[in-house]
Design a protein around this ligand. Sequence first.
Ligand SMILES: C[S@@+](CC[C@H](N)C(=O)[O-])C[C@H]1O[C@@H](n2cnc3c(N)ncnc32)[C@H](O)[C@@H]1O
Length: 380
Amino acid sequence: MVEKHSKLGTTEEKLNMQDVLSMRSSGYYSQRTAGAKNAIDSVLPLMKEAVNNLPETEILRFADYGAADGGTSAELWADLISSLREGGDARHTELLYTDLPSNDFSTLFKTMQGMEGDPSNAYQINNDNVFVHGCGTGFHRQLMASDSLSLGFSATAMHYVSEKPCEIEDHVHMVGAAPDERAQFAQRAAEDWEKILLARAAEMKSGSQFIVLNFGIDEKGRYLGHTGGHSMFDKFTQHWRSLLNAYKITQEEFRRATFVQHYRTLGEFKAPFDSQDTPVMKAGLRLKSARTQLTKCPYQMAFIEADGAMSASQYATSLIPTMRSWSETVFLSALSSRLPAEAQAIVDEFYQSYEAEVAANPEGHAMDYIHAIMVIEKVT
Ligand SMILES: C[S@@+](CC[C@H](N)C(=O)[O-])C[C@H]1O[C@@H](n2cnc3c(N)ncnc32)[C@H](O)[C@@H]1O
Protein backbone atom coordinates (compact mmCIF):
# COMPACT_ATOMS: atom_id res chain seq x y z
CA MET A 1 0.00 0.00 0.00
CA VAL A 2 1.35 3.46 -0.88
CA GLU A 3 2.01 5.48 2.25
CA LYS A 4 0.78 8.94 1.40
CA HIS A 5 0.39 10.39 4.87
CA SER A 6 3.63 9.66 6.58
CA LYS A 7 4.32 13.33 7.36
CA LEU A 8 2.03 16.04 8.63
CA GLY A 9 2.03 19.54 7.25
CA THR A 10 2.80 18.84 3.58
CA THR A 11 0.69 20.58 0.94
CA GLU A 12 -0.96 17.28 0.15
CA GLU A 13 -1.82 16.76 3.80
CA LYS A 14 -3.30 20.25 4.05
CA LEU A 15 -5.48 19.67 0.99
CA ASN A 16 -6.64 16.36 2.37
CA MET A 17 -7.36 18.06 5.68
CA GLN A 18 -10.23 19.95 4.03
CA ASP A 19 -11.84 16.66 3.01
CA VAL A 20 -11.46 15.41 6.57
CA LEU A 21 -13.29 18.46 7.90
CA SER A 22 -16.05 18.60 5.32
CA MET A 23 -19.66 17.83 6.03
CA ARG A 24 -21.47 15.53 3.59
CA SER A 25 -22.81 17.64 0.73
CA SER A 26 -26.09 18.14 -1.21
CA GLY A 27 -28.01 19.10 1.91
CA TYR A 28 -27.30 15.75 3.66
CA TYR A 29 -25.66 17.63 6.54
CA SER A 30 -28.48 20.00 7.46
CA GLN A 31 -31.27 17.50 6.73
CA ARG A 32 -29.85 15.14 9.36
CA THR A 33 -28.66 17.60 11.94
CA ALA A 34 -31.80 18.62 13.77
CA GLY A 35 -29.91 18.97 17.08
CA ALA A 36 -27.46 21.51 15.62
CA LYS A 37 -30.42 23.52 14.36
CA ASN A 38 -32.13 23.40 17.77
CA ALA A 39 -28.94 24.73 19.40
CA ILE A 40 -28.74 27.53 16.82
CA ASP A 41 -32.41 28.47 17.22
CA SER A 42 -31.88 28.78 20.98
CA VAL A 43 -29.66 31.86 20.53
CA LEU A 44 -32.23 33.93 18.56
CA PRO A 45 -32.89 36.16 21.64
CA LEU A 46 -29.14 36.85 21.95
CA MET A 47 -28.93 37.70 18.25
CA LYS A 48 -31.93 40.04 18.48
CA GLU A 49 -30.41 41.80 21.46
CA ALA A 50 -27.11 42.19 19.62
CA VAL A 51 -28.91 43.70 16.62
CA ASN A 52 -30.85 46.09 18.85
CA ASN A 53 -27.56 47.41 20.20
CA LEU A 54 -25.82 47.68 16.84
CA PRO A 55 -23.72 50.71 16.07
CA GLU A 56 -25.28 53.17 13.61
CA THR A 57 -24.16 52.26 10.10
CA GLU A 58 -25.32 52.79 6.53
CA ILE A 59 -25.34 49.10 5.79
CA LEU A 60 -25.55 45.99 7.95
CA ARG A 61 -22.98 43.30 7.42
CA PHE A 62 -23.56 39.97 9.13
CA ALA A 63 -21.36 36.88 8.95
CA ASP A 64 -21.98 33.19 9.61
CA TYR A 65 -18.59 31.47 10.07
CA GLY A 66 -18.34 27.75 9.27
CA ALA A 67 -21.90 27.69 7.93
CA ALA A 68 -21.72 24.35 6.02
CA ASP A 69 -24.72 24.22 3.63
CA GLY A 70 -26.45 27.04 5.52
CA GLY A 71 -29.54 24.93 6.23
CA THR A 72 -29.23 24.78 10.01
CA SER A 73 -29.00 28.56 10.50
CA ALA A 74 -31.38 29.64 7.71
CA GLU A 75 -34.38 30.02 10.03
CA LEU A 76 -32.33 32.03 12.55
CA TRP A 77 -31.23 34.51 9.90
CA ALA A 78 -34.71 34.60 8.33
CA ASP A 79 -36.27 35.41 11.73
CA LEU A 80 -33.64 38.01 12.52
CA ILE A 81 -34.00 39.81 9.19
CA SER A 82 -37.82 39.67 9.41
CA SER A 83 -37.71 41.25 12.85
CA LEU A 84 -35.43 43.99 11.54
CA ARG A 85 -37.72 44.74 8.62
CA GLU A 86 -40.85 44.60 10.80
CA GLY A 87 -39.18 47.11 13.12
CA GLY A 88 -38.77 49.49 10.16
CA ASP A 89 -35.06 48.88 9.56
CA ALA A 90 -34.75 48.85 5.76
CA ARG A 91 -30.97 49.14 5.60
CA HIS A 92 -29.15 47.19 2.92
CA THR A 93 -28.07 43.96 4.58
CA GLU A 94 -25.18 41.74 3.54
CA LEU A 95 -24.80 38.21 4.80
CA LEU A 96 -21.41 36.65 4.36
CA TYR A 97 -21.33 32.87 4.71
CA THR A 98 -17.87 31.47 5.33
CA ASP A 99 -16.54 27.93 5.22
CA LEU A 100 -13.65 25.99 3.72
CA PRO A 101 -13.16 26.00 -0.06
CA SER A 102 -14.34 22.38 -0.22
CA ASN A 103 -17.74 23.31 1.26
CA ASP A 104 -21.00 22.80 -0.63
CA PHE A 105 -21.74 26.49 -1.28
CA SER A 106 -24.03 25.54 -4.14
CA THR A 107 -26.68 24.05 -1.81
CA LEU A 108 -26.25 27.09 0.43
CA PHE A 109 -26.97 29.59 -2.35
CA LYS A 110 -29.93 27.52 -3.57
CA THR A 111 -31.38 27.41 -0.04
CA MET A 112 -31.25 31.18 0.36
CA GLN A 113 -32.89 31.62 -3.05
CA GLY A 114 -35.74 29.23 -2.21
CA MET A 115 -34.61 26.54 -4.68
CA GLU A 116 -33.97 24.07 -1.87
CA GLY A 117 -35.16 23.56 1.72
CA ASP A 118 -38.03 25.44 3.36
CA PRO A 119 -38.92 28.43 1.10
CA SER A 120 -40.16 30.42 4.10
CA ASN A 121 -36.51 30.65 5.18
CA ALA A 122 -35.39 31.99 1.79
CA TYR A 123 -34.86 35.42 3.32
CA GLN A 124 -32.85 36.64 0.35
CA ILE A 125 -35.92 36.60 -1.91
CA ASN A 126 -38.48 37.22 0.83
CA ASN A 127 -36.96 40.60 1.72
CA ASP A 128 -35.71 43.58 -0.22
CA ASN A 129 -32.08 44.58 -0.22
CA VAL A 130 -30.59 41.45 1.32
CA PHE A 131 -27.36 40.29 -0.34
CA VAL A 132 -25.89 36.83 0.22
CA HIS A 133 -22.19 36.20 -0.32
CA GLY A 134 -19.89 33.23 0.18
CA CYS A 135 -16.30 33.18 1.37
CA GLY A 136 -14.21 30.03 1.03
CA THR A 137 -11.33 31.07 3.25
CA GLY A 138 -10.86 29.52 6.69
CA PHE A 139 -11.90 31.52 9.75
CA HIS A 140 -8.40 31.66 11.23
CA ARG A 141 -7.76 34.59 8.91
CA GLN A 142 -9.36 37.99 8.50
CA LEU A 143 -12.13 37.54 5.92
CA MET A 144 -13.46 41.02 5.21
CA ALA A 145 -12.45 44.66 5.39
CA SER A 146 -11.42 46.01 8.78
CA ASP A 147 -14.12 47.60 10.97
CA SER A 148 -16.93 46.49 8.66
CA LEU A 149 -18.78 43.71 10.52
CA SER A 150 -22.02 44.53 12.34
CA LEU A 151 -22.73 41.07 13.79
CA GLY A 152 -20.76 37.84 13.69
CA PHE A 153 -22.16 34.40 14.37
CA SER A 154 -20.71 30.92 14.38
CA ALA A 155 -22.19 27.59 15.39
CA THR A 156 -20.51 24.28 16.02
CA ALA A 157 -17.51 24.99 13.82
CA MET A 158 -14.56 26.33 15.78
CA HIS A 159 -13.74 23.05 17.51
CA TYR A 160 -12.02 22.13 14.24
CA VAL A 161 -8.34 22.88 14.64
CA SER A 162 -6.32 24.28 11.76
CA GLU A 163 -3.95 21.31 11.58
CA LYS A 164 -3.79 17.86 13.06
CA PRO A 165 -0.95 18.15 15.60
CA CYS A 166 -0.49 14.36 15.72
CA GLU A 167 -2.37 11.16 15.03
CA ILE A 168 -4.10 9.68 18.08
CA GLU A 169 -2.74 6.18 18.43
CA ASP A 170 -5.36 4.42 20.51
CA HIS A 171 -8.58 6.38 19.99
CA VAL A 172 -10.24 8.51 17.31
CA HIS A 173 -10.74 11.76 19.25
CA MET A 174 -8.80 13.98 21.67
CA VAL A 175 -11.34 13.17 24.40
CA GLY A 176 -9.81 9.68 24.53
CA ALA A 177 -6.23 10.60 23.66
CA ALA A 178 -3.13 9.90 25.76
CA PRO A 179 -2.04 12.90 27.89
CA ASP A 180 0.84 13.93 25.59
CA GLU A 181 -1.40 13.72 22.51
CA ARG A 182 -4.14 15.66 24.26
CA ALA A 183 -1.65 18.37 25.25
CA GLN A 184 -0.67 18.81 21.60
CA PHE A 185 -4.32 19.25 20.61
CA ALA A 186 -4.84 21.72 23.49
CA GLN A 187 -1.84 23.77 22.39
CA ARG A 188 -3.00 23.90 18.78
CA ALA A 189 -6.55 24.83 19.88
CA ALA A 190 -5.29 27.64 22.14
CA GLU A 191 -3.25 29.16 19.31
CA ASP A 192 -6.18 28.81 16.90
CA TRP A 193 -8.68 30.39 19.30
CA GLU A 194 -6.44 33.42 19.70
CA LYS A 195 -6.06 33.71 15.90
CA ILE A 196 -9.84 33.39 15.41
CA LEU A 197 -10.52 36.11 17.97
CA LEU A 198 -7.86 38.49 16.62
CA ALA A 199 -9.22 38.07 13.09
CA ARG A 200 -12.76 38.86 14.33
CA ALA A 201 -11.45 41.83 16.32
CA ALA A 202 -10.05 43.28 13.10
CA GLU A 203 -13.31 42.72 11.20
CA MET A 204 -15.78 43.96 13.84
CA LYS A 205 -17.05 47.48 14.18
CA SER A 206 -16.84 49.06 17.58
CA GLY A 207 -19.98 48.10 19.54
CA SER A 208 -20.70 45.01 17.45
CA GLN A 209 -20.96 41.49 18.82
CA PHE A 210 -19.73 38.04 17.89
CA ILE A 211 -22.04 35.28 19.13
CA VAL A 212 -20.37 31.90 19.06
CA LEU A 213 -21.68 28.46 19.98
CA ASN A 214 -18.97 25.91 20.12
CA PHE A 215 -18.69 22.28 21.03
CA GLY A 216 -16.84 21.98 24.30
CA ILE A 217 -16.53 20.18 27.62
CA ASP A 218 -18.87 21.41 30.34
CA GLU A 219 -18.39 21.76 34.08
CA LYS A 220 -19.50 18.14 34.57
CA GLY A 221 -17.04 16.79 32.00
CA ARG A 222 -19.80 16.18 29.45
CA TYR A 223 -19.35 16.64 25.71
CA LEU A 224 -21.03 15.63 22.45
CA GLY A 225 -22.42 12.10 22.73
CA HIS A 226 -21.01 11.71 26.25
CA THR A 227 -23.66 12.86 28.71
CA GLY A 228 -24.35 9.78 30.78
CA GLY A 229 -25.04 6.76 28.60
CA HIS A 230 -22.65 5.18 26.12
CA SER A 231 -19.89 7.48 24.93
CA MET A 232 -20.18 8.03 21.19
CA PHE A 233 -16.46 8.55 20.50
CA ASP A 234 -15.66 5.38 22.46
CA LYS A 235 -18.21 3.57 20.29
CA PHE A 236 -16.60 4.96 17.12
CA THR A 237 -13.26 3.70 18.40
CA GLN A 238 -14.67 0.29 19.33
CA HIS A 239 -16.27 -0.31 15.91
CA TRP A 240 -13.25 1.04 14.03
CA ARG A 241 -11.03 -1.28 16.08
CA SER A 242 -13.28 -4.25 15.23
CA LEU A 243 -12.42 -3.65 11.57
CA LEU A 244 -8.74 -3.64 12.50
CA ASN A 245 -9.09 -6.86 14.50
CA ALA A 246 -10.88 -8.44 11.53
CA TYR A 247 -7.95 -7.40 9.23
CA LYS A 248 -10.30 -5.19 7.18
CA ILE A 249 -8.26 -2.06 7.86
CA THR A 250 -4.57 -1.67 8.64
CA GLN A 251 -3.01 -0.31 11.84
CA GLU A 252 -2.04 2.81 9.89
CA GLU A 253 -5.62 3.30 8.70
CA PHE A 254 -6.81 2.83 12.27
CA ARG A 255 -4.61 5.65 13.58
CA ARG A 256 -5.29 7.97 10.66
CA ALA A 257 -8.94 8.18 11.71
CA THR A 258 -8.15 11.03 14.07
CA PHE A 259 -10.73 13.81 14.32
CA VAL A 260 -9.10 17.19 13.67
CA GLN A 261 -10.98 18.65 16.61
CA HIS A 262 -10.42 19.90 20.13
CA TYR A 263 -13.25 20.30 22.62
CA ARG A 264 -12.25 23.25 24.77
CA THR A 265 -13.30 23.68 28.37
CA LEU A 266 -14.89 26.97 29.47
CA GLY A 267 -11.52 27.83 31.02
CA GLU A 268 -9.81 27.38 27.66
CA PHE A 269 -12.46 29.53 25.94
CA LYS A 270 -12.06 32.28 28.53
CA ALA A 271 -8.24 32.27 28.66
CA PRO A 272 -7.72 35.02 26.01
CA PHE A 273 -9.86 37.34 28.21
CA ASP A 274 -8.10 36.50 31.48
CA SER A 275 -6.17 39.76 31.85
CA GLN A 276 -6.02 43.24 30.31
CA ASP A 277 -2.66 42.41 28.74
CA THR A 278 -3.66 39.58 26.42
CA PRO A 279 -3.48 40.29 22.66
CA VAL A 280 -7.24 39.70 22.36
CA MET A 281 -8.10 42.22 25.10
CA LYS A 282 -5.65 44.71 23.60
CA ALA A 283 -7.43 44.24 20.26
CA GLY A 284 -10.60 45.50 21.94
CA LEU A 285 -12.62 42.32 22.51
CA ARG A 286 -14.48 41.66 25.76
CA LEU A 287 -16.28 38.51 26.85
CA LYS A 288 -19.80 39.60 27.84
CA SER A 289 -20.99 36.12 28.80
CA ALA A 290 -20.04 32.47 28.59
CA ARG A 291 -22.09 29.47 29.60
CA THR A 292 -22.57 25.85 28.65
CA GLN A 293 -25.75 24.33 27.31
CA LEU A 294 -27.01 20.79 26.80
CA THR A 295 -29.26 20.25 23.78
CA LYS A 296 -31.01 16.91 23.97
CA CYS A 297 -30.59 14.46 21.12
CA PRO A 298 -33.75 15.02 19.07
CA TYR A 299 -33.67 11.47 17.72
CA GLN A 300 -33.64 9.95 21.21
CA MET A 301 -36.39 12.38 22.28
CA ALA A 302 -38.54 11.25 19.34
CA PHE A 303 -37.87 7.60 20.25
CA ILE A 304 -38.87 8.15 23.88
CA GLU A 305 -41.93 10.18 22.91
CA ALA A 306 -43.02 7.46 20.45
CA ASP A 307 -43.52 5.30 23.56
CA GLY A 308 -43.20 1.95 21.81
CA ALA A 309 -44.55 3.06 18.43
CA MET A 310 -40.98 3.27 17.08
CA SER A 311 -38.89 0.10 16.96
CA ALA A 312 -35.31 -0.04 18.20
CA SER A 313 -34.09 -0.57 14.65
CA GLN A 314 -36.08 2.45 13.43
CA TYR A 315 -34.40 4.47 16.17
CA ALA A 316 -30.99 3.16 15.11
CA THR A 317 -31.62 4.14 11.49
CA SER A 318 -32.54 7.65 12.60
CA LEU A 319 -29.62 8.14 15.01
CA ILE A 320 -26.65 6.85 13.02
CA PRO A 321 -27.13 9.19 9.99
CA THR A 322 -26.86 12.25 12.24
CA MET A 323 -23.50 10.98 13.49
CA ARG A 324 -22.51 10.03 9.98
CA SER A 325 -23.31 13.48 8.50
CA TRP A 326 -20.22 15.05 10.11
CA SER A 327 -17.96 12.08 10.93
CA GLU A 328 -17.93 10.00 7.74
CA THR A 329 -15.26 12.04 6.00
CA VAL A 330 -12.81 11.27 8.83
CA PHE A 331 -13.08 7.52 8.28
CA LEU A 332 -13.17 7.79 4.48
CA SER A 333 -10.03 9.95 4.53
CA ALA A 334 -8.26 7.38 6.70
CA LEU A 335 -8.79 4.95 3.80
CA SER A 336 -7.67 7.38 1.10
CA SER A 337 -5.08 5.04 -0.37
CA ARG A 338 -7.81 2.56 -1.35
CA LEU A 339 -10.16 2.70 -4.32
CA PRO A 340 -13.18 4.90 -3.45
CA ALA A 341 -15.70 2.05 -3.73
CA GLU A 342 -13.63 -0.17 -1.46
CA ALA A 343 -13.23 2.60 1.12
CA GLN A 344 -16.95 3.35 0.99
CA ALA A 345 -17.84 -0.32 1.54
CA ILE A 346 -15.63 -0.44 4.65
CA VAL A 347 -17.13 2.76 6.03
CA ASP A 348 -20.65 1.48 5.32
CA GLU A 349 -19.81 -1.65 7.30
CA PHE A 350 -18.47 0.50 10.14
CA TYR A 351 -21.71 2.48 10.51
CA GLN A 352 -23.81 -0.65 9.99
CA SER A 353 -22.10 -2.38 12.91
CA TYR A 354 -22.72 0.65 15.17
CA GLU A 355 -26.34 0.75 13.95
CA ALA A 356 -26.77 -2.98 14.69
CA GLU A 357 -25.51 -2.43 18.23
CA VAL A 358 -28.05 0.37 18.79
CA ALA A 359 -30.84 -1.70 17.22
CA ALA A 360 -30.02 -4.65 19.49
CA ASN A 361 -30.22 -2.47 22.61
CA PRO A 362 -30.92 1.26 22.23
CA GLU A 363 -30.56 1.98 25.95
CA GLY A 364 -27.98 4.73 26.56
CA HIS A 365 -27.26 5.49 22.88
CA ALA A 366 -27.82 9.14 21.95
CA MET A 367 -26.06 12.23 20.68
CA ASP A 368 -26.79 15.04 23.14
CA TYR A 369 -24.97 18.25 22.30
CA ILE A 370 -22.83 20.22 24.74
CA HIS A 371 -22.07 23.75 23.64
CA ALA A 372 -20.24 26.68 25.13
CA ILE A 373 -22.18 29.82 24.19
CA MET A 374 -20.27 33.07 24.27
CA VAL A 375 -21.17 36.68 23.57
CA ILE A 376 -18.10 38.70 22.66
CA GLU A 377 -18.15 42.45 22.12
CA LYS A 378 -15.76 44.84 20.42
CA VAL A 379 -15.39 47.88 22.63
CA THR A 380 -12.87 50.07 20.80
C1 LIG B 1 -20.43 20.76 12.16
S1 LIG B 1 -20.42 21.89 10.84
C2 LIG B 1 -21.43 23.17 11.50
C3 LIG B 1 -22.27 23.81 10.44
C4 LIG B 1 -23.28 24.82 10.97
N1 LIG B 1 -22.61 26.03 11.42
C5 LIG B 1 -24.13 24.23 12.06
O1 LIG B 1 -24.00 24.66 13.22
O2 LIG B 1 -24.92 23.35 11.78
C6 LIG B 1 -18.79 22.59 10.93
C7 LIG B 1 -18.44 23.44 9.72
O3 LIG B 1 -17.22 24.15 10.02
C8 LIG B 1 -16.46 24.18 8.83
N2 LIG B 1 -15.06 24.49 9.15
C9 LIG B 1 -14.15 23.71 9.77
N3 LIG B 1 -12.98 24.35 9.85
C10 LIG B 1 -13.15 25.57 9.26
C11 LIG B 1 -12.30 26.68 9.05
N4 LIG B 1 -11.02 26.69 9.41
N5 LIG B 1 -12.82 27.77 8.44
C12 LIG B 1 -14.12 27.79 8.05
N6 LIG B 1 -14.98 26.75 8.24
C13 LIG B 1 -14.49 25.65 8.83
C14 LIG B 1 -16.67 22.81 8.24
O4 LIG B 1 -16.31 22.79 6.87
C15 LIG B 1 -18.17 22.63 8.47
O5 LIG B 1 -18.92 23.10 7.41
